[in-house]
Every structure is written in structure tokens, then in C-alpha cells.
Design a protein around this ligand. Sequence first.
Ligand code: SF4
Length: 305
Amino acid sequence: MDKKDIIKKIEELRIKNNAIILAHNYQIPEVQDIADFVGDSLDLSIKATKTKSDYVIFCGVDFMAESAKILNPKKKVIHPDIKAKCPMAAMVDAESLNYLKKDHPNAKVVSYINTTSSVKAVSDICCTSANGAKVVKSLRVKDVIFVPDRNLGLYIQRSIKDKNMVLWPGICPIHHNIKKEEILELKEKHPKAEVLVHPECQPEVIDIADYVFSTNGMVDYARESDVEEFIIGTEKDLCYRLKKENPGKTFYPLKSAVCPNMKKITLEKILNSLKTLEPKVKLPDEIMKKAGLPLQRMMEVGRGD
Ligand code: SF4
């Protein structure tokens, strides 16, 4: 089947099955184009709560599809490729986290949304890259265990001085490998461009940025700013969305910033999911209940961007 036929078939089946297609900002362009809605992981989960569709085809990595299911237990959430897993989320597990909790009995656990449902289930509250500082500040304790992204934890610490933060040694391999030299080289070629970077980047990259934003923060800032050129320090396919929404502006991606797991979802796999209505995200009831609490608490604190 050629691409045109696949898209036509997806359109037919999406209507027939009353399905919505949600795609993360880092998905390949053709998946972003076919999606009903493109956004960050929290956006997409919230979108899933508002849709009247029976099926949610979730184009992203494992923890995102799980969060969508936890926040929408009655919806059928389908993840077109279960092998699309986030390596950072896999860097912390519930058992090891429970050991660390024993060493810090008075601490609250903040888990980045990029964690598995079992880790969320033993956490007090979740956060996103946009509201991390707001969430940590909202806690009425001094000791905070932050998992799994050390770089995000270090960035949050910059604005919070009255907490003892215990940082888990996890990283996002994609953002951690963004080199300041690559950004400085682009800046030399495009001196008028502003540098926007994601807080999962290393501190030395954060230090040379004009602004530090979540992906949604970048989308909002690029739309509202009078600046016309931007160097984008996050996964490179966010630039596809930025260019599409701001045709008069120029965005320079970092060629090295590619998340291979985000690229596992293809049009063919979406079509297959719409034909079979599989693979559905299934989680034990107990985990769903326990992991839902920290997510709900985070929503009460608010987005932060
Ligand atoms: S970009 Fe990083 S945090 Fe996001 S899915 Fe890929 S590995 Fe995980």
C-alpha cells in the first residue's frame, strides 16, 4: 500500500471506530500530520479525558500511553508499538525507589511524568518539565526525592533553595547528549537566533540558553515572540510542529537530537492498530488506582507554563 492509500484507510477506520489519534511533539512528521492533536505527554492525557471517542490511539512512548490510560480508566487506549519505550523511564524501578525512601523516611517523592506506572504508584506527586519547580515548592516538607531525571532535578534546584533534594541518577540520553558546542556553532552561523533549550539538558547547556522551556513552553514562546529565528535545544522533530505553526519564522534543529523510540510509531502501525484495535494498554487495577493519585495531585498544582 502506498502512503496515500494508508492515510485514506486510516481516515476511514478512525471514523468507523470512533477513534482519536494523539501524537507527541517528537513523533515523525507524517504521524504528526495524521493526528487529531499534537502536544506534550500531559496535554495528550488531558485531551484523552475530554474526548468522546471510544478509542485513543496514542502515538508516543510507553509511559505516556500508560498515563493516558491511568487518567482515563474507562477509555480504550491503544499504543501502536509497545516496543516504543522511554529509556529514561526505565532507569528507575519501584523496588529501588522503595529502598531509597527507607533512607529518607521524611521525604516526599516527586516523580517526573516520564516514569512507569509502578514508580508513580510509590510516589507522592508527579511533575512535568513545565511545572517541576511549582510542584516541589508546593510540598510542605524539607526533603524531596526526585526521580528519575537528574538534569531536570538540577534545573529545579536553581530556583529552590529551601529544600534538600535527593536526585536519582537518571538521564534522558537524547537531551543529555546535546552538546553546547553544537549550539554555539549554530549560534555563530545564525547570530540573531534565540536559543531555547529543554530542562533535561545538562547544566552547561542550560547556562548558554536564552530560555529554558518545556516543549509546550517552546511552542507558546515561539508563537508569541517577535523574534524570527530560534535554535531549538530538544528533540529535533519539535521543529516540524514549530515550522508548521509559524511559517514566517525559522527554527534550527540540533541534528544529533533524535529519540529513536519516538520514531517507532509509523503510519503502517497506526493503520494496523485501527484494524485490530490492539495492542491495548492494560494495567493492574491496584497500580492504576495508586498511580492515579500522584498524577491527580500534580493536576491540582497546575501546569506551570
Ligand atoms: S526524548 Fe528522552 S525522555 Fe523523551 S522519550 Fe526519548 S528518551 Fe525518553
